[in-house]
Design a protein around this ligand. Sequence first.
Ligand code: DGL
Length: 262
Amino acid sequence: MTRALVFDSGVGGLTIADALRKAAPHWIVDYAADSGFFPYGVKSDEELRARLPDLCATLVSVAKPDVLVIACNTASTLSLADIRAKISVPVVGTVPAIKPAAEQTKTGVIGILATPGTVRRAYLDDLERQFAAGKIVIRRGSAGLVDIAERAVRGQAIDQEQVAYAVKPLFDPPDGPRIDTVVLACTHFPLIREAIAAACPDGVKLVDTSEAVARQAIRVAPKTERSTGEAIAYVTGGAANKAAMTPAFARFGYDVIEIIDV
Ligand code: DGL
């Protein structure tokens, strides 16, 4: 049996853990939330660069996975290479689904909803150059949507007006009304997919990466024999964060929660 560790700043990666469990039901899929340092989307590049590789190395030494999945666009688009350099097991990243969006758009105008960190990444410029040449790509960074998703999964009601307020500026630029495909380029956003869809004009398609990331994890993971065991959710930030995250973890089937001090 294979053991995977899916990592995010908060609850967003649970969308990827879920896709992975569906695609590989015989795997044990552990989860790690860096709740003590959440949210990543408003942190400086320097702060994230200083934290992510060492944190991931610590998580891997504790959880001992066969594959590490960075289920966070904000972290992957900045630090994937630095994390890989520190870790001996295969590392799978999560990056905005610009390629499928560029293939699917009929109007040639794509919207990208991400964190403020992800929308300013050079990595995104490269993806656009490589996969969306000739298309118009409009980016919108929102920390508010991350917060709404995080709170929704922890059990709070979604305020549709707040979602609409966060999504609307994507469609404001001159080419905005022609957007027919929106990339959910933050793993938190599929958790409030219906609310985001309701805030977009009719007919707009939402694209995310969870199934593609799950497939990639299955492709790169070594085939190993393992005894069965319970999946564990790790959380940083001490007992208060453990308590705050417990409902979200329970909703996704994690009953064993351990605090990691980093
Ligand atoms: N879930 C993360 C992402 O995919 C970021 C959320 C945050 O911590 O700002 O980008």
